[in-house]
Design a protein around this ligand. Sequence first.
Ligand code: ADP
Ligand code: MG
Ligand code: MG
Length: 247
Amino acid sequence: MLKIENLHAEIDGKAILNGLTLEVGAGEIHAIMGPNGAGKSTLAYVLGGRPGYEVTDGSVTFDGRDLLDMEPDERAAAGLFLGFQYPVEIPGVSNVQFLRTALNAQRRTRGEAEISAGDFLRVTREQADALGISMDMMKRNVNVGFSGGEKKRNEMVQMGLLDPRLAVLDETDSGLDIDALRVVGEGINRIMRAPDKAVLLITHYQRLLDIVQPNRVHILAGGRIVRSGGPELALQLEREGYREVAA
Ligand code: ADP
Ligand code: MG
Ligand code: MG
């Protein structure tokens, strides 16, 4: 589904990704772990098409299509979802307005009709309920005054509504307490564990991988994948640290 080959990318002329190669098949969950500054967030941003990140070599295909050639909205319409370590606050825009706009933008780009008000409310309520978010909170401005855990759960509501085929989740577990971690982890399983979907889960912690069990674990260091393995690799990392395992 996702095929990254020899990806090189830079920011402000500084090389960050240095020949990253990674393949993720449909139905798979891949964890990406690695020391701070390794390029994990950069990989997520490059996949999302964030301005300022320049790809200087390599290729990325998504379902055989050249992802790097697509605009960010085309990537979203094709089924790519990005979850961020620090979800943005949007004063003046309510959560429901934001979600409806995002969902309809995705539908328009796909050539589909806009969702009806009734259907939108129904699916929003379903997703919010599943993640323990009240409809009152859905009416508040996007993430404004939300706790860290509420922001992450809110992000899972967005993901549930947009129903992506590929989710790239950057440190979704950061700042979560134990209960919120379980809610978010189970949300990822519920929304994304399917034969035609895949997840790239960027995380530092085994505790998320206990809930969202990965098929493969990769260590990203110095802008490339330096080691890959099964779930046991994450456990080894937890015991021994990056310095030992990635050397
Ligand atoms: P990680 O998510 O693995 O901690 P990042 O992808 O955030 O790593 O960062 C990788 C490297 O790129 C770091 O050395 C960081 O300082 C650098 N970097 C990130 N963003 C910028 C930027 N906007 N300008 C210059 N350097 C950046
Ligand atoms: Mg980091
Ligand atoms: Mg990061």
